[in-house]
Design a binder for this molecule. Structure first.
Ligand code: GAP
Length: 446
């Protein structure tokens, strides 16, 4: 099988696993779905929440220099004129005169012709129009009158909500430069060619942090945040051979950036951006200051003069990180002659931390196991399963990404110890319930 086909197969298997195990469903599926929109099911919602909490915790709670924010999606429309998104946030687009499909002019080689999916629009023989600029922002109307004066935009990045609150956060938190503001929230882009499952969608979530610094320290903090973000992915157990840096050339830099690096991951459909780290200079604050006439300059006793802070931004996609973790964790292994799927998610973000099983449905084992389950439930998201052979139960949890299975057996009734099986090493250790709580807490909060 060619690499391309096997990679397509892998993506199909991942989409199918996500549906089967309740991670991700097509949006409005009973109506035939809606292009590029996806819903997170019970395990997906839990995984996404854990991922966001892990990011939030490492960016805010475990630090002293970063504050959190949750700004509105709808903002004053002038914000987007000032930020340059109305004039600059465009992708070049071409139409195929033959099949009427629309493609990004700068991604034609990667795109597929809808009539001849084995070919790109450059190879299929269709005639393409000249490129035209297409603004990616979604528009809607505020209030009952749908005219130009009432247009508002769905934010295409969460960052602007942070910039317009710079003074509010600085004054209320009494933070001194260097300090950051972190935010997680939905962003919307009317992408010309969304696709690759939850990789590129029109509605997605970002986890962004803006770090405000003295302009003379921009290179130092740019480097610092590149290293921090790299380590963060490492801490989630991602195979770092599948991660690399991509430095933006002058032709790729966003309109606001002086320098930018992407952290890229090798997805089944190729190397693609996972997170961007940008040196946005004083571009955004200067523009907002000019537009609003509000003084956004910074001063404290350490500096002789007022200055507009520079900003180092770390911008990660939540859905894209979730896809990365699933692709990274997907594994097929032959166990006793049978092909088995494992989803090797880190205990830190796994939706279900442990499953509790009685070995058999008799001899008081279910009663003991239920007691253990209720005790563990006070601390973690756990799952109780009594149905089917023990091997089947293990297999179901392995595929669902659960890192540990706890089995109550005959010995439990004598000494209260249970086996705790590690999904990845398949090793089993005997522990009492208190030891299990200590062990799981350590694995999850490490
Ligand atoms: N504030 C800067 C900014 O938005 P970006 O590189 O355009 O920078 C940052 O986006 C991250 O947001 C990307 O690295 C990606 O993870 C995520 N992202 C962007 N567009 C996306 C889309 N259409 N679908 C899913 N995630 C997206």
């Amino acid at each position: 099988m060619s690499k391309k086909n096997s990679n397509n197969d892998l993506m199909d298997k991942i989409v199918s696993l996500c549906k089967r195990r309740g991670y991700v469903f097509p949006s409005s599926e009973i109506y035939g779905g809606l292009n590029s929109c996806w819903d997170y099911g019970p395990l997906g919602a839990e995984l996404k929440r854990n991922l966001k909490n892990y990011w939030w915790d490492s960016m805010t709670n475990r630090r002293e220099d970063i504050e959190g924010l949750d700004a509105a999606i709808l903002m004053h429309p002038q914000v987007w004129h000032t930020s340059g998104h109305i004039s600059e946030f465009n992708d070049p687009m071409v139409d195929c005169k033959t099949c009427k499909a629309r493609f990004r002019a700068d991604k034609l080689a990667e795109a597929r012709c809808p009539k001849k999916p084995s070919k790109s629009p450059l190879e299929c023989g269709g005639e393409l129009t000249e490129p035209r600029q297409f603004n990616l922002m979604f528009k809607t109307f505020m209030g009952p009158v749908e005219d130009d004066t009432n247009v508002v935009y769905l934010r295409p990045e969460t960052a602007q909500g942070i910039y317009v609150n710079f003074l509010n956060v600085k004054n209320s938190s009494r933070q001194k430069i260097p300090f950051g503001i972190a935010q997680i929230g939905k962003a919307f882009r009317n992408e010309i060619t969304p696709g690759n499952f939850i990789f590129r969608t029109r509605e997605f979530e970002q986890m962004e942090m803006q770090y405000f610094i003295h302009p003379s320290e921009d290179e130092k903090y740019f480097e610092y945040w590149r290293q921090e973000r790299w380590k963060w992915y490492q801490s989630l157990g991602i195979d770092m051979d599948k991660m690399r840096w991509h430095k933006h050339g002058d032709d790729e830099l966003a309109h606001y950036a002086k320098a930018a690096y992407d952290i890229e991951f090798e997805y089944p459909f190729g190397w693609q951006e996972l997170e961007g780290i940008h040196n946005r200079t004083d571009f955004d604050l200067s523009r907002h200051m000019e537009a609003t006439k509000k003084d956004l300059r910074y001063r404290d006793d350490r500096y002789q003069e007022k200055f507009i802070p520079y900003i180092i931004e770390t911008s990660a996609g939540c859905d894209r990180t979730l896809l990365t973790l699933i692709v990274n964790g997907y594994d097929e292994v032959e166990v006793k002659g049978e092909k088995r799927v494992f989803l090797r998610l880190s205990p830190k973000i796994a939706p279900i931390k442990a499953a509790v099983f009685p070995l058999v449905k008799k001899d008081g084992m279910p009663e003991f196991a239920e007691k253990v389950y209720h005790e563990l439930k006070k601390h973690f998201k756990v799952f109780y399963d009594v149905s089917g052979a023990i091997g089947r139960r293990y297999a179901r949890m392995d595929e669902a990404g659960c890192p540990y299975c706890i089995t109550v057996d005959g010995q439990t009734l004598e000494d209260e110890t249970m086996t705790l099986r590690d999904r990845d090493s398949m090793e089993q250790k005997r522990m009492k319930v208190d030891e299990i709580i200590t062990f799981l807490t350590k694995q999850i909060t490490a």
